[in-house]
Design a protein around this ligand. Sequence first.
Ligand code: SF4
Length: 106
Amino acid sequence: MLQQAKKNLEEAIKNGIKGTNRECSYYPCHSHLQDCTFCYCPFYSCGDRMLGEFKISSKGKKVWSCMNCNWIHTSDVVKKVIEDLRKYNEIDEKVLREIFRRVRYD
Ligand code: SF4
């Protein structure tokens, strides 16, 4: 997991929902009134083609693009993810995959 994503996860577990961060120079990177708690997404790269897609980078590499995904920036999703994260003492990739599956599909 990216270092910044890990830091955001720890902050979200500790402080809860951050909401919209209008002071960010990239705001709005996905949509207006987006929730910025999980910037960067802890589930990257989820591989869910309903949310993102593979693209070819300028270097010719296949990369997962989240450009059009707003799922992790919606309030109800942020709330559910934080609730789920708080059930675990240790967060690893396996736990994140479980949380993604539960919040996304259950
Ligand atoms: S497509 Fe959405 S949920 Fe999937 S990794 Fe990207 S930002 Fe996260």
